[in-house]
Design a protein around this ligand. Structure first.
Ligand SMILES: [Zn+2]
Length: 118
């Protein structure tokens, strides 16, 4: 781990760590809200089934939005520490700093991102 980070990379790492903390806080908060919701909803034999159903829907929602973002953030942090930050994961071209400032966890350049979305 002798890689010397550039000032830009240090700045981006700080941003990413903050983003990750906020995201984890958000996930655990919505987890609590969710528990309260399940805890207060109805009574009787159907509760267990209903809460299982809700839980899987909830995990699905978190999975799609937050887990994907969390994963990108973690990957970006690893790339900074390996000295590979700011290089497109697909084509290997440099990602412009403006793009990284806007989306610090961007792993792809704009052209590759567009291709992936289509
Ligand atoms: Zn690319």
């Amino acid at each position: 781990m002798d890689y010397e980070m550039t000032p830009f990379e240090k700045e981006m790492e700080e941003n990413l760590l903050t983003m990750r903390d906020n995201l984890l806080a958000k996930i655990s908060k919505s987890d609590n809200d969710f528990r309260n919701l399940v805890g207060s909803s109805g009574s009787g034999d159907s509760v267990d089934i209903a809460s299982d159903d809700l839980a899987s829907k909830k995990m699905e929602a978190i999975g799609r939005i937050d887990a994907g973002k969390l994963n990108s953030i973690n990957q970006a942090i690893v790339r900074i520490r390996n000295g590979k930050y700011g290089v497109c994961a697909l084509c290997g071209k440099k990602i412009p700093e403006e793009r990284l400032r806007a989306i610090p966890y961007a792993l792809l350049c704009m052209p590759c991102k567009r291709k992936q979305e289509h």
